[in-house]
Structure formats: structure tokens, C-alpha cells
Design a protein around this ligand. Structure first.
Ligand code: ADP
Ligand code: MG
Length: 271
């Protein structure tokens, strides 16, 4: 069993503190869901775990089986078994998807993968994900639709077989069929030596890839942890009820809630 442990993590972007002391523990064999209103630090958390240079860890620690993740470069983190499927995957013109995938696989192996084995694995995975076969020969994500980019992230995960997969809004841009295909691949990867942390706003994904743990992140802090009952509650009544827990929402969130409740009052007046 592997454990990814985050302790009192503080992260800033350009001097602005986004994460204000996050502590979480993920183990293989588990699937964690992270929910929370937009702009509260969900992507910041996953990007900081992976080592994105835009995010500065100002204090706290991240360890993988006791090893200091923060001391590792991004490629060392990948070799150690971490994988991030980004909310907004980068377009990289000039590098074909297949060259990129081969390089990523080889970076984690002593002996390079044979061309035969690579093509067989790639073709199999492309079929499983019901992707267009020509995508592998096109430049990485360049001109891909939103859904194609997301499938491409899952293709990478499937080929790299990480210990921990961090999936940031993997369901955005996917139609219902694509969501089913992607969820199936994630579910097939679930086992005692694989852990998954996913961010999504939607119950539809969580119904397909059932999380074992659910956390709510608001204003840079985990305000609530539990099971799938939290997802149901958020799906029914949004985040307004977190106020009952004595948590102050950020100003923008308050505005959204006020606008929504005004709209409701208006429509009940009219109706
Ligand atoms: P979430 O994924 O929960 O929607 P993010 O982690 O992406 O939220 O963003 C957290 C906060 O960081 C937001 O308030 C966002 O505006 C802010 N942020 C993101 N990028 C920058 C940046 N380059 N400079 C300043 N603030 C930023
Ligand atoms: Mg985000």
C-alpha cells in the first residue's frame, strides 16, 4: 500500500495565498473526491502536488510513502508514481501525441519500450477509449476538441499506470457516452496498488466512479470530509448549507448565492 500525505499545506500564486493549511491523506485502493465552489483552490492543490511552477508552496509538507515530494522535480514526481490529468491540458504543436507518450513511458523504464509493444499498447488503449486513431499522429492536443483533450489525458494515465492519479475536472467537455468510456477506464484501473483523487462538480461522474472519500474545499481549507452523502447534499442544495457549519464564504461566493436567492424570490413573485 502507498500513501500520499499532505500536511498543513500552504500554497501561494504570485504572493496571494490560495491554500491555507490543507491536510489530507490518500492511500492506494481508495478513490477521493474533492468538491468546492470555483476559485477556492481545488486545482491549486492538485497542481502543487504535481509541482507546477506557477504555485509556490510556502509551508507544509507532501510525502509519498515517507519520501519528500516537495524536494522532487516534476519528472521525479512522475517517476515516483504521481500523475495529473489537467483541467486545461496544454497544446504542444511540434510534438506528436505518440512521440510524447513514448517518451513519457520510456522516462519511467530502464530499457526503452520496443516499438512493437508500444504500438500494440497504444492501439489497444486508443480502441478502449474509442478515440480517433489519427489523434496519435497529430500534435499533442493541438486543435483537439475539449472532449478529445480529456480522453487524451486518460490515455496517458492508462499507459503510464501511475500509483496516484489526480484527475482535475476530467468530466468537463465530455458528452454522456465519452463520460461512460472514461469512467470505465478509471474503474478498470482501480485496485489495491492504485489511488485516485478526482475533482468534479457533478454527481454524474461520481455515480460512475464511486468515491470512497469525499472532501469539500472552501477558501483554501478542507471544511468537511465524509462519504458520498456529501455529494448528494451538494447536488441538491449547492454550497449554501456550508454556512450552517459556521464557514464564511468568500465575497464572490456570497454574491452568487445572493443573486441566486434574489432570482428565486423574483420568480416566485412572478409565478
Ligand atoms: P478551483 O480549481 O477551485 O476553481 P483554482 O485553484 O484554480 O480554483 O484557483 C484558486 C484561486 O487562485 C482563484 O481565486 C484564482 O483566481 C486564483 N489564481 C489562479 N491563477 C492566478 C494567477 N496567475 N494570479 C493570481 N491569482 C490566481
Ligand atoms: Mg479548477
Amino acid at each position: 500500500m502507498s500513501t500520499l500525505k499532505i500536511t498543513d499545506l500552504h500554497v501561494s500564486i504570485e504572493e496571494k495565498e490560495i491554500l491555507k493549511g490543507v491536510s489530507l491523506e490518500f492511500s492506494t485502493g481508495q478513490t477521493h473526491a474533492i468538491m468546492g465552489p470555483n476559485g477556492n483552490g481545488k486545482s491549486t492543490l492538485l497542481s502543487a502536488i504535481m509541482g507546477h511552477p506557477k504555485y509556490t508552496v510556502t509551508s507544509g509538507s507532501i510525502t509519498l510513502d515517507g519520501q519528500d515530494v516537495l524536494a522532487m522535480s516534476v519528472d521525479e514526481r512522475s517517476k515516483a508514481g504521481l500523475f495529473l490529468a489537467m483541467q486545461y491540458p496544454q497544446e504542444i504543436p511540434g510534438v506528436t501525441t505518440s512521440d510524447f507518450l513514448k517518451a513519457a513511458i520510456n522516462a519511467r523504464r530502464e530499457k526503452p519500450i520496443s516499438l512493437f509493444q508500444f504500438i500494440r499498447t497504444l492501439d489497444g488503449s486508443i480502441k478502449d477509449l474509442k478515440m480517433n486513431e489519427d489523434l496519435a499522429h497529430r500534435y499533442l492536443n493541438a486543435g483537439f476538441s475539449g472532449g478529445e483533450k480529456k480522453r487524451n489525458e486518460i490515455l496517458q494515465m492508462k499507459l503510464l499506470q501511475p500509483t496516484f492519479a489526480l484527475l482535475d475536472e476530467i468530466d468537463s467537455g465530455l458528452d454522456v457516452d465519452a463520460l461512460r468510456i472514461v469512467s470505465k477506464v478509471v474503474n478498470e484501473m482501480k485496485n489495491e496498488s492504485f489511488g485516485c483523487v478526482m475533482i468534479s462538480h457533478y454527481q454524474r461522474l461520481y455515480e460512475l466512479v464511486k468515491p470512497s472519500h469525499v472532501h469539500v474545499l472552501i477558501d483554501g481549507k478542507i471544511v468537511l470530509s465524509g462519504g458520498v452523502e456529501i455529494i448528494e447534499r451538494i447536488d441538491e442544495s449547492g454550497y449554501e448549507w456550508v454556512k450552517e457549519l459556521g464557514i464564511e464564504l468568500k465575497q464572490e461566493e456570497k454574491k452568487v448565492i445572493l443573486l441566486e436567492s434574489c432570482a428565486k424570490k423574483e420568480s416566485s413573485k412572478q409565478g
